[in-house]
Design a protein around this ligand. Structure first.
Ligand SMILES: Cc1cc2nc3c(=O)[nH]c(=O)nc-3n(C[C@H](O)[C@H](O)[C@H](O)COP(=O)(O)OP(=O)(O)OC[C@H]3O[C@@H](n4cnc5c(N)ncnc54)[C@H](O)[C@@H]3O)c2cc1C
Length: 425
């Protein structure tokens, strides 16, 4: 018996989605809802699906990460394939996608932190919040992991620039103790390399006035409720009863526009001017500056697809809006994009496209299928130390070995008891 799409068009629609992050997964979900027999291949350059749900959302926010279960159900359907460890533009060229699929959806996200555009000493220790959270989420490609100097402590005093939710995520992760990470999947080795003990003083500087901060009040409240953390905003303690001898103090200051970051006496000096009535110039010395200023819209990753305009090429998430956005926003954008894709397809003369089958001979041997991802998932849960929900592999080799079902990895403990898992080599 013919399915609805085959009845109407005699041949099934085949769509390639580039990027298996939330935007790509929501797009696949909405495409299937609109046209249940559309065949979809979702490519990702990483061996694992879910993009920043896995490598961005804070490891102590497992509730938010649980959206991945919804995405798992999409890949569990026949006709929806995960094609992991395949980078479009490197392993498979974009033209091949256009030849083999009726439509292509670009859902590649915004890969890099937005850079500071001020007087900046190139040797000053400045770290992107996205890079840091990727590290703490065990991203094998995390730039901090691959720095020549290796992983270094951020020091006892840090400045975070930016007043969005990512800034609060970073402040919370750096101020928590080991016990606060129970049931998380934080990369313990990386965390204790960059913060051997919770950071003592965190300054969060925002350019705007306090009521214009982009963070959710609930996020700041959660930070203030971490035991041993004292948050003050423009000098006023946030909770009525200040914590006695706090382990970490978080000082939020608004209307601080950074003008330069220089090295000074072995530390980093951030110079700001305060906007508003006073126009004061101020200096703040710290060990590290962390930028949480949003994500880059001019990265090489986006530039790669910038000129690719054709009626059957669609964009969703960062490549469409220039913003990373949150899950709810990206879900809505993906639903709208899926509607546009299906309207386009239904308006076309039916023409055969082989879909993923047309590419099989060109896919790298190390391509990770959905079933192979499930083996990684399973191995990560098995190797978790007892007080963690999973311990991720931190190298591509480790991920690929687990994908292949190899249990020869010396670093995977067979039982869930025993000492913390060490980082695989
Ligand atoms: C620290 C942090 C915390 C966050 N916390 C929350 C939260 O609590 N709640 C919330 O709603 N949102 C949160 N977000 C935002 C959320 O992560 C984003 O809304 C969402 O991940 C964006 O999805 P995306 O698919 O557009 O991009 P991404 O998640 O970045 O996915 C893009 C995917 O495309 C792949 N890709 C890129 N280029 C190629 C290529 N050439 N070939 C193949 N694949 C490619 C990448 O590998 C990646 O997997 C957080 C973000 C960060 C950074």
């Amino acid at each position: 018996m013919k399915t609805p799409a085959q009845t109407a068009h005699a041949i099934p629609f085949r769509v390639a989605v580039v990027g298996a992050g939330p935007s790509g997964c929501y797009a696949a979900q909405a495409l299937r809802k609109g046209q249940p027999d559309v065949e979809i291949a979702v490519f990702d350059s990483l061996p694992t699906p879910f993009g920043l749900v896995r490598y961005g959302i804070a490891p102590d926010h497992q509730g938010a990460k649980a959206v991945s279960r919804q995405f798992e159900r999409v890949f569990g359907q026949p006709g929806v394939e995960f094609v992991g460890n395949v980078s479009i533009g490197i392993d498979i060229d974009f033209e091949s996608l256009l030849e083999n699929f009726h439509a292509v959806v670009l859902a590649t996200g915004l890969g890099a932190d937005r850079q500071l555009d001020i007087d900046l000493d190139p040797d000053a220790r400045v770290v992107g919040a996205g890079d840091l959270v990727r590290l703490l989420n065990s991203d094998p490609d995390a730039r901090l992991r691959h720095r020549r100097a290796g992983l270094e402590s951020l020091g006892a005093e840090v400045v975070i620039l930016g007043t969005g939710n990512v800034a609060v995520d970073v402040a919370r992760l750096l101020s928590k103790s080991d016990l606060d990470f129970i049931a998380s999947d934080v990369d313990d080795d990386a965390l204790r390399a960059v913060a051997p003990s919770p950071v003592r003083t965190i300054h969060i500087l925002g350019r705007c006035q306090s009521h214009l901060a982009k963070w959710d009040a609930s996020m700041v409240k959660e930070l203030a409720q971490v035991v041993g953390v004292q948050v003050s905003v423009d000098g006023t303690p946030l909770l009525h009863e200040p914590t006695m001898s706090p382990r970490t103090t978080v000082n939020v200051r608004f209307q601080q526009v950074p003008t330069s970051i220089r090295r000074h006496d072995g530390r980093i000096r951030v110079t700001t001017h305060r906007t508003g009535d006073s126009d004061l110039v101020d200096h703040l010395d710290a060990d590290t500056v962390i930028t949480a200023l949003g994500f880059d819209t001019s990265s090489a990753q986006l530039a790669q697809f910038a000129g690719l305009e054709a009626p059957n090429v669609f964009r969703v998430g960062g490549p469409a809006t220039g913003r990373l956005g949150n899950l709810a926003e990206n879900r809505k954008l993906a639903a709208d994009t899926a509607k546009g894709v299906l309207a386009f397809l239904r308006g076309q003369e039916p023409r055969h496209r082989p879909g993923l089958d047309g590419l099989r001979g060109h896919l790298p041997a190390s391509t990770v299928s959905f079933q192979a991802w499930q083996r990684i998932d399973d191995a990560e849960i098995r190797r978790a130390r007892p007080d963690r929900c999973r311990t991720k592999f931190t190298t591509r080799d480790g991920l690929l070995a687990a994908a292949a079902g190899s249990d020869a990895l010396p670093s995977i403990p067979l039982a869930t008891t025993g000492p913390p898992a060490t980082q695989e080599k």
